[in-house]
Write a protein that binds this ligand. Structure first.
Ligand code: ADP
Ligand code: RBF
Ligand code: MG
Length: 402
């Protein structure tokens, strides 16, 4: 298998300390690792806190990531100085969360990971700070998940939740294996601490953007589950990479081309046609950052190959997440204001920082070549004919759905 991505580009990983050790069992965290619980948590808390006349600050959301429900409640009641007791808070908010569990989406790569490990007979455990009944309820909405885990350990089954190692030690015990043969995948700092304390190998997939540097104790820090390379941990490698690309569930976004940072053409010599962020806020929050590719429809010009980055552009360290599609065609002029439609069909690599501007430019050109080649493959080529991309000027003006 071609190694799809040079590990030297993954952020936060101390290459020199990296000692691969074979593992045989995988222990997964649930919220923030397999499930995009944060999106729902944010929504519920926003509504709840409004009842108390306060405004939810999503920038403070990281304070509760990886906490037990009781700890999270205490932090919020204190932070927002809510006029209720901890008990009142918990009893009022719990049913609000229950109602939303059916709406929690798997994070990119969750289903792929679970299916892959299941098909290779690798025993898996779920280890979460949530009570076991909550875990079971949450996973019941996702086909094949319940059967995939031979062990589930909830926060209510141990004395202390993460960062105490107890949950992971208990999971290994129930799997009937030594902790040293377990690979933990975790998004939160308390979870990483717990896994390391339990004597396990830990891959961190931080759910809070730009915080990779805090996860020093993890054996590796990756950007998303799509970047997990199981062979590093003695587990069977994924076999779905095709010529340095990973097919993904297609995603369609579009809108009028707007002004970006004004540096694509000027600084990099690579123009990127920016779309208004409000058109696809859900795509921005759901899609992990990274370099993707697909097809682009431009109302007056036709359909073109496209390679793009989604994220904070680590080299420039942007404050906002953006979508930067580079159409692989020489237009010779700008097309601001025109309707641009994208069908995103595959993944190439995580966004990365680069030592020099030249090395960033060289890498983006390499991404362009990879996308150019891949889009001729039958698995990707067909999406060129997606009705969504074939937008006429008429449809844009009338706003008729395509
Ligand atoms: P901005 O920061 O405003 O996005 P860029 O320097 O990135 O400016 O240039 C992007 C603009 O260049 C697009 O909005 C579009 O109008 C134009 N453009 C011309 N050719 C291309 C191309 N091949 N891909 C993307 N945009 C292009
Ligand atoms: N910026 C980064 O900082 N790191 C990257 O790894 C990165 N990869 C990119 C890949 C592609 C295919 C494209 C089109 C852009 C990429 N950029 C990356 C974004 C680039 O910095 C951005 O287009 C400019 O900053 C323009 O705003
Ligand atoms: Mg741009």
């Amino acid at each position: 298998m071609a190694l799809p991505y040079a590990s030297s580009l993954t952020f936060g990983m101390a290459e020199s300390n990296f000692v691969p050790r074979a593992t045989s069992h995988v222990i997964l965290d649930l919220d923030g690792t397999l499930l995009n619980t944060d999106a729902i948590t944010n929504e519920v808390l926003k509504v709840f806190i409004m009842r108390y006349g306060k405004e939810w600050d999503s920038r403070k959301a990281h304070r509760i990531v990886g906490r037990t429900p009781a700890e999270a409640a205490a932090i919020i009641v204190e932070d927002y100085e809510l006029s209720c007791t901890l008990e009142e808070f918990i009893s009022q908010i719990t049913p609000m969360f229950f109602d939303q569990w059916c709406n929690i989406k798997p994070l990119p790569g969750s289903n792929r990971l679970i299916k892959h490990l299941t098909s290779h007979g690798i025993p898996m455990a779920l280890a979460s700070n949530s009570p076991k009944s909550n875990i079971e309820e949450k996973i019941s909405f996702h086909e094949g998940w319940k059967e995939a885990f031979s062990v589930i350990v909830g926060g209510d089954e141990v004395n202390m939740g993460k960062p105490s190692p107890e949950i992971f030690v208990e999971a290994a015990k129930r799997l009937n294996v030594d902790p040293s043969t377990c690979l933990v995948v975790e998004d939160s700092l308390p979870g990483v601490t717990a896994g390391k304390e339990a004597g396990m190998l830990v891959v961190a997939v931080p759910s809070i953007p730009k915080q990779g540097g805090l996860y020093n104790s993890a054996d590796e820090v990756i950007n998303s589950l799509l970047d997990l390379h199981l062979e590093k941990w003695g587990l069977p490698p994924f076999d779905d990479w095709v010529e340095d690309t990973l097919p993904i569930e297609p995603c369609y976004i579009g809108g009028p081309v707007v002004k970006g940072f004004g540096r694509g053409s000027k600084i990099l010599g690579i123009p990127t046609a920016n779309l208004p962020a409000e058109n696809f806020s859900s795509v921005l929050s759901e899609h992990t950052s990274g370099v993707y590719f697909g097809w682009a429809g431009l109302s007056s010009q036709g359909i073109f190959k496209m390679v793009m980055s989604i994220g904070w552009n680590p080299y420039f360290d942007n404050a906002e997440k953006t979508v930067e599609p580079w159409l692989l065609h020489d237009f010779g002029e700008d097309f601001y204001g025109e309707e641009l439609r994208l069908a995103i069909v595959g993944y190439i690599r995580p966004e990365a920082n680069f030592p020099t501007l030249e090395s960033l430019i060289a890498r983006i050109h390499e991404d362009g070549r990879i996308a150019e080649r891949a889009l001729d493959l039958p698995i990707y080529a067909g999406y060129k004919d997606s009705p969504y991309l074939k937008i006429s000027c008429n449809e844009v003006i009338t706003g008729r759905p395509v």
